[in-house]
Design a protein around this ligand. Structure first.
Ligand SMILES: [Zn+2]
Length: 163
């Protein structure tokens, strides 16, 4: 990601994981048997680590496109991804090598664009969708093969920079 791309905002878990979600009977504690991406810190989880697998709905509004998808998080509380605390903010390494479904939503939470891409092409698609005419308000990236929510991508605004 180039310096001029800092207008993009990568948000892990846009809907915070609360006690209700974490204590839901469908949330499964497990020992990881193959590498998987943690959606809170956006680092990969090592085989043998304890994880929680849960159904997660990343939508901040209601829409016919609202859906839950399976996500892994480290069982031990990890630090939520915050690009402002990184030397090299931008698309996390975790997503750079995986096939992604890039889904663009408008203000009414309707999906108006959708593409599959991997690596630099996925980053370019995010830029294109967010820059084109302003109809795409935000993007949800999903890991395309399993369909799991990965991260939300939006534009920085004054309100989400000033924390
Ligand atoms: Zn984590």
């Amino acid at each position: 990601m180039d310096a001029e791309d800092h207008w993009m905002l990568w948000q892990a878990l846009p809907v915070p994981l609360n006690e209700d979600v974490m204590s839901n009977p469908m949330a499964k504690k497990a020992i990881l048997t193959q590498q998987a991406p943690c959606r809170r810190c956006l680092h990969d989880i090592t085989v043998g680590d304890e994880v929680i697998l849960l159904a997660y709905n990343p939508f901040l509004g209601s829409s016919p496109y609202t859906q839950t998808s399976p996500v892994f998080v480290h069982r031990q509380e990890c630090v939520q991804y915050d690009q402002d605390k990184l030397d090299k903010p931008g698309m996390p390494q975790q997503q750079r090598g995986r096939l992604l479904s890039v889904r663009g939503f408008n203000k009414e939470h309707f999906m108006i664009k959708a593409e599959l891409a991997e690596g630099p092409r996925a980053l370019d698609l995010c830029k294109e969708m967010l820059m084109e005419g302003g109809d795409v308000e935000y993007i949800h990236l999903h890991y395309a093969r399993y369909g799991c929510f990965a991260v939300k991508v939006g534009r920085r605004t004054h309100s989400n920079v000033m924390k």
